[in-house]
Design a protein around this ligand. Structure first.
Ligand code: PMP
Length: 445
């Protein structure tokens, strides 16, 4: 009997005992190709000496110093690195221990900013239906994933949800990408006007949607339009790059590809690459200046913020990500992986869409390719695929997104950036075997 309260109480998890590059090894010596980086976390694989040595060295000199008393060197250095790398005047960073905490900090910062500048009526948030921003109550209220929210609805603050940019499902026949992007972005304006612009604090969105819709990238111009609308009504734009940031989509920040500058950006997973738990909220100068010239105090904090060992890990991760060759390597492997996936599954009767950016790729499964009808949720295609893949020695991240109020099945592929060409081929072979096990009728066909 285990004394651990596992999230899935009846799941029979193997015991992970070692990490080796792109693989995790279990207690029976089985090797699993980590094609999802856990949940888009392990961008450098599981045995990066540079990061490990940095954490060990930090623990040997200063394991912890509470930020209520001290700043510390890795904390200051990491802030320098991230703000130098982030395009636009996002020159300040607030460090926390994970993605949900980064979102909570961003939401509260948005709210307090409006108090600092004398607009106390602004507290409302707008987000999108197919989105996930974390599991703490504020973050959960912000996300639109109905399956994750359902049990806690009575405890959630009232956040408005507009349509996501979900071209595969929602673009009308004959509608150009540009017109589609404008149409869905304009839902933001309609909602701001409905609520009353003077009450709206922020709009929150993932530049490339991860855990709810499987690497949904926006159409060209969508975020430019969103930025214009936010500016028109004095609403802050919070971009959640917890999953899609830190190089995952081919640029360090995903928003770089949209030609806009947000007011707040959250990052986490790839920031510590799994070597330490860490998250961060990058803050536009305009907001920081309001706090500095106002109360000089942000009414929010956690014990482990700015943890020296976590920051030391993230500094070492940044050093690796900015090495020449690392980001071009993401582009190269992305091209190879997309080509291999399209070659193998492009004609699969139950793979409706293969999409994403960089090494952030989603497969959407459908019962019928022509009608795009999702599978009956009772069949649990996503969950059984995870099991079948593990049996093949492959980790992919399954998802039950919500499509038109119903669950749909996706899987997310987000391998370490160090994946080799041979491992790309191994990934696709193992995924094909797992899909055959889950959807035997397609194999027969
Ligand atoms: N935002 C996004 C976009 C995420 O994908 C996640 C985690 N999947 C979170 C926030 C929450 O992060 P964490 O699990 O570290 O709290």
């Amino acid at each position: 009997m285990t004394h651990v309260f596992h999230r899935q109480i009846h799941a029979d998890y193997p015991t992970a005992v070692a990490g080796d590059g792109c693989y995790i090894v279990d207690a029976d010596g089985r090797r699993y190709l980590d094609a999802s980086g856990g949940a888009a976390v392990s961008c450098l694989g599981h045995s990066d000496r540079h990061v490990i040595d940095a954490v060990v060295a930090q623990l040997q000199t200063l394991p912890f110093a509470h930020t209520g008393f001290f700043t510390n060197r890795p904390l200051e250095r990491l802030a320098d690195m991230l703000t130098t790398a982030a395009p636009g005047p996002l020159d300040h960073v607030y460090f926390v221990s994970g993605g949900s905490e980064a979102i909570e900090a961003a939401l509260k910062m948005a709210r307090q900013y409006f108090l600092e500048i004398g607009q106390p009526a602004r507290s409302r948030l707008i987000a999108r239906r197919q989105s996930y921003h974390g599991n703490t109550l504020g973050a959960l209220a912000t996300g639109g994933n109905q399956w994750r929210r359902a049990q806690f609805e009575p405890m959630l603050v009232d956040v408005s949800h507009i349509a996501p940019c979900y071209e595969y499902r929602d673009r009308a026949e004959g509608e150009s990408l540009e017109d589609y992007g404008r149409r869905v972005a304009d839902e933001l304006e309609a909602e701001i006007l409905r609520l009353g612009p003077e009450t709206v604090a922020a709009f929150v969105a993932e530049p490339v949607v991860g855990a709810t819709a499987g690497a949904l990238a926006p159409v060209p111009g969508y975020f430019k339009r969103i930025r214009e609308i936010c500016d028109r009504y004095g609403v802050l734009l919070i971009l959640d790059e917890v999953m899609c940031g830190m190089g995952r989509t081919g640029s360090l920040f995903a928003y770089e590809q949209e030609g806009i500058v947000p007011d707040l950006v959250t990052v986490a997973k790839g920031l510590g690459a799994g070597y330490q738990p860490i998250g961060a909220t990058l803050v536009h100068d305009r907001l920081y200046d309001a706090f500095r010239d106002g109360t000089g105090f942000f009414q929010h904090g956690h014990t482990y913020m700015g943890h020296p060992a976590a920051c030391a890990a993230a500094v070492a991760v940044q050093e690796r990500l900015t090495e020449s060759g690392m980001m071009p390597g993401v582009d190269l492997r992305s091209d190879q992986l997309f080509a291999a996936l399209r070659d193998r599954f492009g004609g699969h009767p139950h793979v409706g869409d293969i999409r994403g950016r960089g090494l952030f790729i989603g497969l959407e499964f459908v019962a019928d390719r022509a009608t795009k009808a999702p599978f009956d949720p009772a069949r649990g295609v996503g969950a059984t695929l995870k099991k079948a893949a593990m049996a093949e020695g492959l980790m992919v991240y399954p998802m039950g997104g919500t499509i038109d109020g119903r669950r749909g099945d996706h899987c997310l592929i987000a391998p370490p950036f160090i994946i080799s060409e041979a491992q790309v081929a191994e990934l696709v072979d193992k995924l094909a075997a797992a899909l055959d096990a889950v959807l035997p009728e397609a194999k027969a066909a």
